[in-house]
Design a protein around this ligand. Structure first.
Ligand SMILES: Cc1cc2nc3c(=O)[nH]c(=O)nc-3n(C[C@H](O)[C@H](O)[C@H](O)COP(=O)(O)O)c2cc1C
Length: 189
């Protein structure tokens, strides 16, 4: 399978990148074709809310011609996309949230008859790291992701929250096993 991973942390060797790498290595070892996109180096403007994309339903008709277009094209061409983000103030990092908002151009007729999406049926997964516990920090983010999956008509293939993170070298050993489980679930579920 072709798998795109989206690193939403600016820290290339941080907690999110470390766990993501374990997942990517497992996917690679299973013979899948994995491409990581480091969002922090991409130019992704926030959605303008102009709704021009509504006028052309079957293509990414966003008026802003920045890196978000290429990234969304890769997501459409992939079998699976894994979103990876640190928790920032109970939500996604700005880097990944900007891309999620631009995903407005992937969907038409949300909550109306004829709901369509360029991501329909695609596998999507979520990896999140945070300093605190799930209930106090990440629950809302995971709920929001479930809604995004519904919006995209995609199919959730796995999720993992790694809480109480300090430094990458202090990540507990059992997290690696959970990361490998997420890798497998991304291609099997
Ligand atoms: C701006 C900012 C906001 C944060 N907000 C939260 C938060 O609301 N809840 C939480 O558990 N951790 C929060 N953290 C901690 C990070 O989520 C945590 O350290 C994460 O593992 C960092 O990932 P990284 O090493 O991949 O950058 C925050 C960190 C920063 C820098």
């Amino acid at each position: 399978m072709r798998i795109t991973t989206l690193l939403g942390s600016a820290r290339k060797k941080g907690n999110t990148a470390t766990v993501l790498e374990w997942i990517e290595q497992e996917l690679g070892a299973m013979g899948h074709d994995v491409e990581r996109i480091y969002l922090n180096k991409k130019s992704i403007q926030g959605c303008l809310g102009c709704a021009k994309c509504r006028e052309t339903p079957h293509e990414i008709a966003c008026v802003q011609k920045d890196d978000a277009i290429d990234i969304m094209e890769k997501m459409i061409l992939s079998d699976a996309t894994l979103f990876a983000s640190p928790v920032y103030f109970w939500g996604f990092s700005a880097q990944i949230k900007a891309l999620i908002d631009r995903g407005f151009s992937l969907v038409t007729n949300y909550h109306r008859p004829g709901h369509t999406s360029l991501m329909e049926g695609k596998r999507v997964g979520l990896l999140v790291t945070g300093a605190g516990t799930y209930g106090d920090n990440a629950e809302g983010l995971f709920t929001s992701f479930d809604r995004i999956v519904e919006f995209l008509l995609a199919r959730k293939s796995g999720e993992l929250y790694v809480g109480e993170c300090t430094t990458p070298d202090a990540l507990p050993e059992d997290i690696k096993n959970k990361a490998l489980d997420l890798a497998r679930s991304m291609v099997e579920k």
